[in-house]
Design a protein around this ligand. Structure first.
Ligand SMILES: Nc1ncnc2c1ncn2[C@@H]1O[C@H](COP(=O)(O)OP(=O)(O)O)[C@@H](O)[C@H]1O
Ligand SMILES: [Mg+2]
Length: 220
């Protein structure tokens, strides 16, 4: 039996590693599978909140266009809510569990150790996105060590590079839990920002792995 609320942090102390992209695309994949999902945006620069806002603006634009044309409106939406949060709220995970059922994905800010720590402590599982470089792996290693049920996700990987091969080897030597699926650097992923087109194949495969790992971790 899975918990009625599964808290998943997407965390690393570095910016630009793909945290917001990962949080939003996994949320989208879960929602498409019929799961109830909420994204809690703990980054006060609001990458996830702004993404949601762009989708709402596009929905408004389409609704007005449909009204003008007399055509029925097909909602343009993410399929889950994005809600702003902060480390005080993250410090009360029981309240979060009371309030939100299903999957709660917490997007975290860069360079804010307090909030990242609060998210790691609240979460049942933490996904740590990491680009394949020595310095990023070392940051990710620290986040992984502080996490309960940490899973490293290699992101923005340039295919067939030595860095990518070395990163996989290093993680496996350390016996770190990682997603088998590696997210490649793709223009198509970059272009998803602010849209509801969150049907990315690589992230669908990460989502399946996440569901399997949550069961393996025995989160119940
Ligand atoms: N797999 C990818 N391929 C190409 N661009 C990506 C990929 N993942 C993220 N990006 C882009 O990199 C930038 C940083 O990603 P973002 O998810 O905002 O990272 P973070 O939240 O860690 O700062 C954004 O412009 C995003 O669109
Ligand atoms: Mg971000």
């Amino acid at each position: 039996m899975l918990k009625s609320t599964i808290l998943v942090a997407v965390a690393d102390i570095k910016g630009g590693v793909g945290k917001t992209t990962t949080a939003m695309l996994i949320a989208g994949c879960l929602a498409r599978r019929g799961e109830h999902v909420t994204v809690l945006d703990a980054d006060n620069t609001g990458g996830a909140t702004l993404w949601d806002e762009y989708v709402r603006i596009e929905d408004d634009r389409r609704r007005k266009e449909d009204e003008a044309n007399g055509t029925p409106h097909k909602p343009y939406k993410l399929g889950f809510d994005v809600i702003q949060t902060n480390d005080v709220i993250l410090g009360m995970p029981d309240r979060i569990r009371e309030r939100y059922k299903g999957w709660v994905i917490i997007d975290t800010p860069p360079s804010d150790a307090g909030t990242v720590q609060a998210a790691l402590q609240a979460a049942d599982v933490s996904i740590i996105p990491c680009q394949p470089s020595i310095s990023d792996l070392s940051h990710a290693g620290k986040t992984y060590a502080a996490a309960r049920n940490g899973i490293i996700l290699l992101t923005r990987v340039k295919a067939r590079t030595k860095l990518a091969r070395d990163a996989v080897k290093q993680l496996d030597e350390l016996e770190a839990t990682r997603f088998e699926t590696v997210i490649h650097e793709r223009e198509a992923i970059k272009n998803l920002y602010g849209t509801n087109q969150i049907d990315n194949r690589d992230y669908a495969s990460v989502t399946q792995e996440l569901i399997d790992l949550v069961k393996q971790f025995g989160i119940e």
